[in-house]
Design a protein around this ligand. Structure first.
Ligand SMILES: Cc1cc2nc3c(=O)[nH]c(=O)nc-3n(C[C@H](O)[C@H](O)[C@H](O)COP(=O)(O)O)c2cc1C
Length: 345
């Protein structure tokens, strides 16, 4: 009998079915240069998870946790990217050490800036390599999820232009299993925001309250709804709550990206390609975007609302993207974790 194989199998099972509720994590640390800070508060406003807060008395940002999370950070480094004075530096990375949502083992070492030419200079300025990059690469590295928008409508021609970029995405068998619902009607965007926020609040209540029964409930739900019960969205839901229920960050345009469920092979994947063509085209045109997965997570419990925005068979919602003009120049490169790459030559 191969005892090692049995042990490996047992470990895999234990890892898969435990550690769903507040798994152990490594956390980043934040350095703030209070002297350089311009007090614009963009870091706190743009933080998607309520981790970065603004201390009115000390006139500086601080990083904090939420409920069972010591630090409510997902290592997106948005705070660093939006700071106009470069006074925030994030070191280390949020990683799940154990359990169902564990991050890959090979993802070790420091987060690094974009290094397309293989240099290992962690402190070199992105501008030093930017001149050697193609326009496409520049957009890929600079694009950030934008969560601060101007109160300014986006011309219809530009919306048409980014959807046209989506239309030319690749798809299995050239099946093009997608549909786009563009909403610029403020009342409807607000209605979707408000209704989805209510559902999300219920999920947050279940996950983040105290009591053993919640721990058991989350573990069970996580078993039934694989990939859907991680702790990371919880402080993000709290941020939605704090900001008066805006899931879509006050953006003037909300594009729902639908898949045709009859699509061949993997319509979710095809639709994702189309969505990201749209997103990259938007940023290349000076617009800002943010994927809003929270709507797809919540709206499945609100069939009447789905119907109201035209999500009906044979289509279903994959994700939504909010679009608008960014407040400030917010697209900036950030550091990211190492990626496991295996070369077979
Ligand atoms: C499928 C998907 C769903 C997402 N949902 C949300 C969301 O509901 N709200 C939000 O603020 N950001 C959302 N994001 C943005 C991620 O938080 C963001 O992409 C990630 O932190 C990396 O940051 P970056 O986009 O600036 O590189 C989503 C991203 C993806 C790809």
């Amino acid at each position: 009998m191969d005892y090692f194989a049995i042990e490996e199998k047992a470990l895999k099972i234990i890892e898969k079915y435990t550690g769903a509720h507040y798994p152990p994590t490594t956390l980043p640390t934040f350095e703030f240069d209070a002297e350089k800070c311009t007090h614009c508060k963009a870091c706190a406003q743009a933080c998607p998870t309520s981790c970065i807060q603004w201390d009115e008395e000390k006139k500086m940002p601080y990083a904090t946790g939420y409920k069972g999370m010591e630090l409510a950070c997902i290592s997106c480094n948005t705070c660093e990217a939006v700071c106009p004075a470069n006074c925030i530096r994030v070191r280390g990375e949020y990683r799940v050490v154990y359990g169902r949502y564990k991050t890959p083992d090979d993802k070790q070492g420091e987060m690094t800036p974009p290094m397309p030419f293989g240099d290992k200079d962690l402190n070199r300025d992105f501008k030093d390599i930017e001149k050697d990059l193609t326009e496409t690469e520049k957009v890929i590295y600079r694009r950030r999820s934008i969560r601060l928008f101007k109160d300014k409508p986006v011309p219809k021609e530009l919306i048409h232009r980014i959807i046209e970029a989506a239309r030319f995405a690749p798809s299995a068998g050239n099946n093009q299993p997608w549909k786009f619902v563009v909403v610029t009607n403020r009342d409807l965007i607000d209605k979707v925001d408000k209704q989805c926020a209510k559902v999300l609040d219920a999920i947050k209540w279940m996950y983040a309250g105290s009591g053993t029964w919640r721990k058991v409930a989350v573990s069970l739900t996580s078993y039934l709804q694989v990939n859907n019960m991680d702790q990371r969205p919880i402080p993000a839901i709290q941020k939605v709550h704090q900001s008066g229920g805006s899931i879509t960050w006050g953006a003037p345009v909300l594009i729902h990206i639908l898949k045709d469920v009859r699509g061949i092979s993997n319509p979710d994947l095809d639709t994702g390609f189309a969505a990201h063509n749209l997103v990259l085209a938007a940023h290349s045109l000076g617009l800002g975007t943010c994927y809003i997965g929270f709507i797809a997570s919540a709206i499945k419990y609100l069939p009447w609302l789905k119907k109201e925005i035209g999500i009906e068979y044979p289509y279903d919602l994959v994700t939504s993207v909010c679009v608008g003009y960014p407040k400030g120049k917010l697209d900036n490169p950030v550091y990211r974790g190492q990626v496991p790459v295996e070369w077979i030559e």
